[in-house]
Write a protein that binds this ligand. Structure first.
Ligand SMILES: Cc1cc2nc3c(=O)[nH]c(=O)nc-3n(C[C@H](O)[C@H](O)[C@H](O)COP(=O)(O)OP(=O)(O)OC[C@H]3O[C@@H](n4cnc5c(N)ncnc54)[C@H](O)[C@@H]3O)c2cc1C
Length: 391
């Protein structure tokens, strides 16, 4: 069963435009994504055809102003869309989120007018797929530990290094990558961001990962081997790439929070329906208080996650400053998705352990929410640092 209505009162506070965005995403998820979910998950196939349709609906330029080919919507619409998609397939939710908030968002925020016209417009229209490569084998949580290098040469830079776990690392057309340009510079001011284009000499995908969950969202290594990148591909100030990445990750964490919310809600609604259908001891299992209490815990976490995700989205739209709230939303919604997915499997009993029911898929997909764009442990670090700074 698919989700029907949002579980909290927040949906009643939405504007007409926000409801329309949510409803369009819900309709797309039910009609176009749902029939493909099992096939693309099993085959680990990135569904390019769904991405084309998502582009036509404006879901690949959600936060991009209309003058750059986008939909000109805000973070509230953005989290509604990502969570609706994730209720049906977290892979699509994750891919749409990474495309919008990481690659496209980075070029929009830090690119020049010329760079926006060149790269943001096709990304926002859904004609090109975006990737964003920060993580390296030796630089995960310690994201400032970048080892990839960019050496200045006449007219550009030579990039060398390897990135790991890049969403759209194989299928991406444009990739924002981070490399050390100033090895003797101060630790947080020695890395710069560049745009690489598919087909550039020395830039290629590496191993595609075989994943536990979100299997239809492409994740791969990215290799730069003596790759010449023209000067015009440097984004913003030289040496400021890591600081740019931190800003982008604030928005990215709202994306993963929305993903977690969608998974939590999908797992809850699926379990609620199953508990009312499945009979044991001559009655639906929903009549047993033990099962009712599981559902009560799940519904409460969904409602609380929704409140935090919406608070972060509203604050982002209002002030653009959300470091603490984004981390809190991501921490809570990510952990809520794991809680709800686990309880969902429990309510399904043995049927939760097999692929005939979606409970099993929620249980695999949810785990990315406590890892990607900063683990839960790193969110706690971010939150406590902000609290101690008085933020
Ligand atoms: C499906 C998927 C998609 C991804 N997409 C992208 C992408 O598009 N672009 C990109 O750049 N990256 C991407 N990532 C990478 C992701 O952001 C990293 O995996 C994540 O930041 C964790 O880094 P790590 O895997 O190296 O783990 P590690 O940093 O090695 O962490 C291992 C464990 O140690 C803990 N730990 C580490 N440091 C501390 C500390 N100081 N205090 C307490 N605990 C600590 C962590 O919380 C974790 O539990 C993706 C990852 C996955 C799995």
């Amino acid at each position: 069963m698919l989700a029907t209505e949002s579980s909290s009162a927040i949906s009643f506070a939405l504007t007409e435009g926000q409801r329309a965005a949510r409803d369009a995403a819900r309709e797309f998820a039910r009609r176009e994504i749902d029939p493909l979910v099992d096939e693309i998950d099993e085959a680990q196939r990135f569904p390019g055809e769904l991405f084309v349709q998502a582009g036509e609906l404006g879901f690949l330029g959600i936060l991009v102003p209309e003058e750059y080919g986008g939909s000109g919507m805000g973070y509230v619409e953005y989290v509604l869309i990502v969570s609706e998609l994730a209720q049906v397939d977290a892979s699509i939710g994750l891919s749409v989120a990474a495309h919008n908030s990481l690659c496209t968002g980075h070029i929009l925020k830090f690119g020049s007018e010329e760079q926006r016209r060149r790269w943001v417009v096709p990304l926002a229209r859904g004609e090109k797929i975006g990737a964003w490569s920060l993580t390296e084998p030796g630089a995960g949580s310690d994201a400032a530990g970048t080892r990839s290098t960019a050496r200045k040469v006449d007219g550009g830079w030579i990039l060398d290094g390897a990135k790991t776990f890049t969403t759209h690392g194989s299928v991406g057309d444009y990739c924002v990558v981070f490399a050390v340009t100033d090895p003797d510079g101060p630790r947080h001011h020695n890395v710069s961001a560049f745009v690489l284009e598919k087909g550039m000499d020395g830039f290629q995908p590496g191993k595609k990962e075989n994943k536990l969950g979100t299997r239809a969202s492409d994740t791969a290594e990215v290799i730069m081997d003596n790759c010449f990148v023209p000067d015009g591909h440097l984004l913003g100030e030289r040496g400021e790439g890591f600081i740019q990445a931190l800003e982008i990750l604030d928005g990215g964490r709202i994306s993963i929070a929305a993903l977690g919310l969608g998974i939590a809600e999908g797992a809850y609604r699926t379990a609620l329906a199953y508990a009312q259908e499945r009979e044991q001891f001559g009655r639906p299992i929903a009549k047993f208080q033990a099962v009712q209490f599981h559902l009560a815990e799940m519904a409460t976490r969904v409602a609380a996650a929704e409140a935090l995700v919406m608070a972060a989205a509203l604050e982002m739209d209002r002030t653009g400053k959300v470091t603490r709230l984004a981390a809190q939303a991501k921490l809570f919604a990510g952990e809520a998705s794991v809680f709800c997915a686990e309880r969902g499997v429990q309510i399904h009993g043995g049927y939760g352990f097999v692929k005939d029911y979606r409970a099993e898929k929620f249980y695999r997909d949810c785990k990315i929410c406590t890892i990607g764009e900063g683990t839960s442990e790193i969110q706690r670090l971010v939150i406590s640092r902000q609290l101690l700074k008085g933020g």
